[in-house]
Design a protein around this ligand. Sequence first.
Ligand code: NIG
Ligand code: FE
Length: 396
Amino acid sequence: MLLTNLALAPMTGGPVIADGAVLIEGGRIAWAGQRADAPSGEAADCGGRLATPGLIDCHTHLVHAGNRAGEFEKRLTGVSYAEIAKAGGGIMSTVRATRAADEAKLLSQSRKRLEALLDSGVTTVEIKSGYGLDRETEKRMLRTARVLGREYPVDVVTSYLGAHALPPEFKDNRQGYVDLVCNDVMPAVHAEGLADAVDGFCEGIAFSIAEMEQVFTTARKLRLPVKLHAEQLSNLGGAAMAARFGALSVDHIEYLDETGIAAMAKAGTTAVLLPGAFYYLREKQAPPVAGLRAAGVPIAVATDLNPGSSPVHSMLTAMNMACVLFSLAPMEALMGATANAARALGFKDRGQIAPGMKADLVLWDVEHPAELAYPLGYNPLAAVIKSGKLVRGTLT
Ligand code: NIG
Ligand code: FE
């Protein structure tokens, strides 16, 4: 299939191609460039729309049960996220709801969230566990994520986030829980092929550096890549520790310092910005974007879709927030939602419009890519091509 008469934002480092064409063969991009240079053959006219790579949301907690709008009300009266967590709310409130939900309920609630996210042009999504904390519920969450990947035209990659919060049954036995994560649940989800990576939350209200090191050491033995929620509310040095384990990404990083930046640069770790959480928690300290740029650390942007700190269901919204709150350039935000998000997940086969890449493309009714990150609550999506197949909208 040859698509012509489209502008191309290839996200390869090259410029936007005003009058471009893309040849798709066998679910892959066979050729992309100026229309004048396109191989001959039957062509579909795309009406001058803009084509970008399919968007990649590299950090979500979209499989969960329940709702935390009540905490939103509390936070607006001045109670902090950390205070709510310490009082047994926050992540633990979603753990209670998720433990109580069977697979059918988890699936039906999660479908609606995924459908909203797909409306924003997402063709690859990462989904974490971490609201079960016991073996059976963690497995149920990851199984649900896999089912979603079969039901919808989207590639789902999963992360086992056992080290998200300390469950109440281990409140006086932190090491007992770390042992459960390392010796029981992680090997179990790995044996069933349910986890593509291992994640953790390194923070005063969650797990320490020493605890996360145990989790990552086990992941390394199982050859599972790692990533980390770090330096979100304080600077514990989680980013540098994760970089020592060759982490794919370190996420949030509002409090990241120069040492952490240097460690990430050296390890080739991607920085994942989650402006939705910053926005909802009304944080004051923005991540060190200038330092990341200067050190050449790739910057990705994700929704962090979750019921507490970031009920954001659109990659376009996350991109907008990364621009307005963190001063990313609109093209940097798009890079963060495509090529750099692919890196954050360890993919080399997507996130760019280039020969050999998966043919995951979105056509937008805009003239320039900067328009994608500009409006809020407006969706210029016109068509989605997933693995070479038109799965939404029309080409013209
Ligand atoms: O990425 N930071 C930790 N975990 C999630 C929030 C989860 C929740 O509040 O339910 C996050 O922001
Ligand atoms: Fe998160």
